[in-house]
Design a protein around this ligand. Structure first.
Ligand code: PBG
Length: 356
């Protein structure tokens, strides 16, 4: 007698050769073998849940005065401050490999940094000139500008300082002007990163009153008082100037419910997109923000995160390329729609290579 036509009971799997077979509970091993979907690249490709694309990336760049200038930032291996002409050339590559937008950060000459941060609202400041040059050469490339006073302030703080206190409402009045000046220079996305209260609504109103209603507002909504900004402050030259810390305006790293309140306020005040910053140490915040508000949610993979990875890579302690891609996909997994990262060009090049 043969077995054809004889049904095997559903609950009893084929016995392993030679094994003393005991039926497994439905759904369990050995019927279920998770490794089957991992056994070859083609099947891993098919079952992959999250994908990183160049179109997810925003490239933060540092701009300096001069021409043909490229100044390496020692605490950020591979990152350079660029003069406007070089920046415009580099932007061509970014666009070519599919990066949708840049974020411009200036290193302002020390003699232009004042207590009233007046250079921040000069329509001919370094940021405005960089934005005009970028938009002229690459009209289709998005340009994001930070709105905060730290690069322009002799105190190194994001707000105006009086008697050691960071002034909220006086700062917001300057931020409104800074936002309008940057947007008039051609900036597409105004990104207040200062964490003053009420600034998103104030900036939105100022833009609208100036007829700039199409300019987006990206709120650094949940921005923490983090040790991971150190290399950035070297890059923009604000670390020497900074007196004290930013704990009276940036968030306490121990809080998440507070992040949700911050984000809710910024949305109510008219933010088009919200951001969580830093990235890797705050993936839980990113996930909660995305789940709660379902807003376009960005994350900033900040300078210190970049520096750690590069330093370990340079020491041969880890494979920096793989660690970079793993980091970036972690942001997608945690709910990010877009990622500001100093790895943008390198990652986009790798993605292009993997495709070809
Ligand atoms: C300034 C600003 C900071 C960063 C972006 N905008 C630094 C700070 O708040 O001190 C940090 C970015 C990074 O570390 O890569 N308002």
């Amino acid at each position: 007698m043969n077995d054809i036509g004889k049904r095997r009971p559903i609950a009893s799997p084929a016995p392993a050769a030679g094994a003393d077979h005991k039926p497994a509970p439905l759904g369990g091993f050995p019927r279920v073998r998770m490794r089957r979907n991992r056994r070859a690249a083609w099947v891993r490709d098919l079952v992959r849940e999250h994908a990183l694309a160049p179109s997810d990336l925003i490239w933060p760049v540092f701009v300096v005065e001069g021409t043909k200038a490229r100044q390496p930032v020692p605490s950020m291996p591979g990152v350079e401050r660029l003069s406007i002409d070089v920046l415009v050339e580099q932007a061509a590559e970014a666009k070519h490999i599919g990066i949708p937008a840049l974020a411009v950060f200036p290193q302002i000459a020390d003699n232009l940094k004042t207590q009233d941060a007046r250079e921040a609202t000069n329509p001919d400041n370094l940021v405005c000139r960089a934005v005009r040059a970028l938009k002229k050469a690459h009209p289709d490339l998005g340009v994001v500008c930070d709105v905060a006073l730290d690069p322009f302030n002799s105190d190194g703080h994001d707000g105006l300082v009086r008697d050691g206190k960071i002034l909220n409402d006086e700062t917001v009045a300057v931020l409104r002007r800074q936002a309008v000046v940057h947007a008039e220079a051609g900036c597409d996305v105004i990104a207040p990163s200062d964490m003053m209260d009420g600034r998103i609504g104030a900036v939105r109103d100022a833009l609208d009153a100036a007829g700039l209603m199409d300019v987006n507002v990206l709120a650094y909504a949940a921005k923490y008082a983090s040790a991971f900004y150190g290399p950035f402050r070297d890059a923009v030259g604000s670390s020497g100037a900074l007196k004290g810390d930013k704990k009276t305006y940036q968030m306490d790293p121990a809080n998440t419910d507070e992040a949700l309140r911050e984000v809710a306020l910024d949305i109510a005040e008219g933010a088009d997109m919200v951001m969580v910053k830093p990235g890797l140490p705050y993936l839980d915040v990113l996930r909660r923000v995305k789940d709660t508000f379902k807003m376009p949610t960005f994350v900033y993979n900040v300078s210190g995160e970049y520096a750690m990875l590069k330093a370990a890579g340079q020491n041969g302690w880890l494979d920096a390329e793989r660690a970079m891609m793993e980091t970036l996909v972690a942001f997608k997994r945690a709910g990010a729609d877009a990622i500001l990262t100093y790895h943008a060009i390198e990652a986009a090049r790798l993605l292009a290579k993997a495709k070809s």
